[in-house]
Design a binder for this molecule. Structure first.
Ligand SMILES: NC(=O)C1=CN([C@@H]2O[C@H](COP(=O)(O)OP(=O)(O)OC[C@H]3O[C@@H](n4cnc5c(N)ncnc54)[C@H](OP(=O)(O)O)[C@@H]3O)[C@@H](O)[C@H]2O)C=CC1
Ligand SMILES: O=C1O[C@H](COP(=O)(O)O)[C@@H](O)[C@H](O)[C@H]1O
Length: 484
């Protein structure tokens, strides 16, 4: 691991407090940072160094998964400095550069600089440009930029943003965080698919009937009305997390299992995705919005009654979609995506339903087919289970499904942000979204955004606490399937 300076813009914000400082601290405790490093935090608010150290200490005590260790915490805090900078003011970057270089000299650090923009997206381009123009980006070592989603609001704005960032950073220097790519089970997908010859042999249209990717949430819009009502589930979850999981599930084994190999295969999946048009949007995409209901015994209000939401809002809090990957490997196999707020349970999972060549021979007591299912549980549980069929001798030898299960119950598994920050420090982009993927994802999603904007797609209401509108079940029933 290289010694470096971690420059954090937005150091006084929510993400820094809840995720970034705890992740850095956990990496420090696990000796995954170089012995010598510098962290320079910056926010808009003026703060004395001591006050900032106390603020970070509080964040670590509240959000780090590790037990308190006063001396190690003090040591970690000694690496951190704070400076208030208004990121829109070009001339303020000179002082930041002075602080960064003086710490580099003091600690004898090479000029390796990682810039993490944990700020609102409208600042991404101005910060990248000011980093470059102020000399902060003119290093003798490496420089890298981490940005958070949302990466654009639609295809044109994403392209515009990328063009601006590209003036200051090369594609290889940009690390676009999609926190789902940091989830241990998502990182494990490639191994599940390719390191198991049994599954690898079956991972194609000959053996797989359909693929279902669900990310259901219990929470509603929370305190994010301003953001969410302008984004909806389509921008918030589908364009990024859901399509990323789909790419990883559908990709072909790369010739070389490397960052470039994997990213190339993911890109091919997106290129093979059947484009949407005004006709198939209405048959293949379900837009939903929650109305009032009950979750775990508690009554909850409908979306349009939430504080900050207009009563006329047609925003999508639920999306189900049927996708077709038109390539040799997946021709004719539907991929179903489903995500929403205020659903029955919090669960992110991928279910692979295998074909049943003996369709009809074995059925359950109600006459339903018993497909083999491979379920990859991502969140909140991490595990894999395989549904097989077996004779139950205690039930007159009837064929019944049994589950072969593995659940990861390791304690202290690194969190997504730890894994991702560690990778970025190592210069490993495997689990970051390449611009190609981001652009192709926006390209696929854009006709849906247009249809929602023009209000040509129906809005289906679903009861809070359900698994979405009926139309979402019909989407699968049309092909003879059901959600698992
Ligand atoms: N919070 C989360 O869980 C998640 C956040 N994200 C993304 O991460 C990014 C940060 O989010 P979050 O931490 O929640 O946002 P916050 O609003 O909590 O924090 C914003 C930060 O930006 C700083 N800031 C605002 N304006 C300026 C300015 N003109 N000059 C310098 N600094 C400024 C603030 O400084 P100050 O406080 O001093 O005013 C603060 O440190 C966003 O892109 C968000 O979409 C992504 C996933 C999850
Ligand atoms: O990016 C986002 O993800 C969360 C869900 O993440 P998870 O790790 O809890 O599954 C979602 O609630 C939020 O709206 C979205 O912005």
């Amino acid at each position: 691991m290289d010694s470096m300076t971690f420059v954090l813009f937005g150091a006084t914000g929510d993400l820094a407090k809840r995720k970034i400082f705890p992740a850095l601290y956990n990496l420090f405790l696990d000796e995954k940072l170089a012995p010598n490093f510098s962290i320079v935090g910056s926010g808009r608010s003026p703060m004395e160094q001591e006050e900032f150290s106390e603020y970070v200490e509080q964040s670590l005590k509240t959000f780090s998964r590790r037990e308190d260790n006063d001396s190690r915490m003090k040591e970690f805090l000694s690496f951190i400095r704070y400076m208030a900078v208004d990121v829109t003011q070009k001339d303020e970057y000179a002082q930041l550069l002075d602080l960064v270089t003086s710490r580099e000299k003091e600690l004898n650090l090479p000029e390796n600089r990682l810039f993490y923009l944990s700020v609102a997206p409208q600042f991404f381009d101005v910060i990248a440009s000011n980093i470059q123009q102020s000399g902060l980006g003119s290093t003798k070592g490496w420089k890298r930029l981490i940005i958070e989603k949302p990466f654009g609001h639609d295809l044109p704005s994403a392209r515009e943003l990328n063009a601006k960032l590209s003036k200051s950073f090369e594609e290889e220097e940009i690390y676009r965080i999609d926190h789902y790519l940091g989830k241990p089970m998502v990182q494990n997908l490639e191994a599940i698919e390719f390191a198991n010859p049994i599954l690898q042999a079956l991972w194609n249209k000959r053996h797989i009937a359909n693929v279902q990717i669900t990310a259901s949430e219990i929470v509603g819009v929370e305190e994010r009305a301003g953001y969410y009502d302008n984004s909806g589930a389509i921008r918030d979850m589908i364009q990024n997390h859901m399509l990323q999981m789909m790419m990883l599930t559908a990709m072909h084994i790369p010739e070389k299992v490397s960052a470039n190999g994997i990213r190339e295969e993911k890109k091919k999946v997106m290129e093979a995705l059947r484009p949407l048009n005004p006709e198939n949007i209405n048959t293949d995409v379900i837009r939903g919005q929650y109305s009032s209901g009950e979750i775990k015994g508690e009554k909850v209000i409908g979306y349009i009654d939430e504080p900050g939401i207009e009563r006329t809002s047609k925003n999508d809090t639920f999306i189900a979609a049927r996708l077709w990957v038109d390539n040799e490997m997946w021709e004719g196999v539907p991929f179903y995506l489903r995500t929403g707020k205020r659903m029955t349970e919090k669960s992110t999972r991928i279910v692979i339903e295998f074909k049943d060549p003996l369709r009809g021979v074995y059925k359950d007591e109600a006459g339903n087919a018993l497909p083999n299912l491979l379920t990859i549980e991502i969140n909140p549980n991490a595990g894999v289970s395989l549904q097989l069929n077996s004779k139950n001798l205690l039930n007159e030898g009837k064929v019944e499904p049994i589950n072969v299960m593995f659940y990861s119950n390791e304690e202290n598994v690194p969190e997504a942000y730890e894994l991702l920050i560690h990778d970025a420090l190592l210069g490993d982009p495997t689990f970051f979204a390449h611009w190609n993927e981001v652009e192709l994802a926006w390209k696929w999603v854009q006709p849906i955004l247009d249809a929602f904007e023009a209000d040509t797609a129906p809005l289906h209401h679903y009861k809070a606490g359900s698994m979405g509108p009926e139309a979402s079940d019909k989407l699968l029933a049309e092909n003879g399937f059901k959600w698992w």
